[in-house]
Design a protein around this ligand. Structure first.
Ligand code: GLP
Length: 244
């Protein structure tokens, strides 16, 4: 779906998420949201905050699972995804802190594997993710599932691609300070989400959007796996859609 700009697109996606939350509330069910970081979902989170403040949208029945976190990473560090989510969304709505899950960047290495298995088990126990929000890396990564990630990959510790580290290096004031690894939800759990919405804005995403949607399904471009998802939508602005 192509919108005039990222603001109108973000408003439409926020409306869809708000509807889902309200439907689940009326059914007395939790709403399981998969959430993303990066610049792409910022407008969406701002609109959800507005709906909370101005239209009384409650997030008390929302249980969220974020896609990823750098490793190692302290939660209160400026570049942590914990901090990002608090600043962009959680601090401004009525979601319960115990319902917000973000991969833990402080674990000892040997604890990561069991932790990732538990992260997936929690999602499974709730019946899976109702709606997964995604951004896309310039190389086609989703979460931190870099090129080469398999379609059945599990939640795990991954090595970040050079291109991903270069893209993040501005935030970390230099490549030498940029983490080399991260914990990411695997492609399998993303593909199991009942609905997936991938957000991409701007000319710089146009080539990878074309590769993800109009070219072959390949592990080189993990976002291309979404062609095989039965309820995935790419929400784009005109510039991101310009090569289609
Ligand atoms: C990071 C995140 C991804 C995100 C990507 C794109 O790598 N881990 O989840 O999709 O950045 O970021 P942006 O939305 O800023 O282009």
């Amino acid at each position: 779906v192509v919108y005039e700009n990222s603001t109108t697109a973000s408003q439409a996606v926020a409306k869809e998420i708000a509807n889902l939350i309200r439907v689940k509330q009326s059914q007395k069910q939790p709403c399981i949201l998969g959430l993303a970081t990066g610049s792409s979902p910022k407008g969406l989170y701002a609109e959800l905050v507005r709906l909370h403040k101005e239209e009384g949208l409650s997030f008390k029945n929302v249980i969220s699972f974020n896609l990823d976190e750098y490793y190692p990473m302290e939660p209160d560090s400026v570049n942590s995804y914990v901090r990002f989510m608090k600043e962009q969304l959680f601090n401004h709505i009525d979601i319960l802190p115990e319902n917000c899950h973000i991969p833990d960047g402080t674990l000892a290495k040997e604890d990561i594997r069991p932790y990732c298995d538990q992260y997936e088990a929690k999602i499974e126990a709730l019946g899976g993710i109702d709606l997964q929000v995604l951004g896309i890396g310039g190389n086609g990564h989703i979460g931190f599932n870099e090129s080469g990630s398999l379609q059945n990959s599990k939640t795990r510790l991954v090595a970040l691609d050079h291109i991903t580290r270069v893209a993040a290096s501005g935030d970390f004031s230099g490549l030498e300070n940029t983490p080399r690894t991260a914990i990411t939800l695997g492609v399998k759990k993303i593909m199991e989400a009942k609905k997936v919405i991938l957000l991409a804005w701007g000319e710089r995403k146009s080539n990878i959007i074309k590769a993800s949607t109009e070219e072959e399904v390949t592990s080189r471009v993990p976002a291309s796996y979404l062609q095989e998802h039965n309820n995935a939508t790419f929400v784009l602005d005109k510039a991101a859609a310009s090569k289609l």
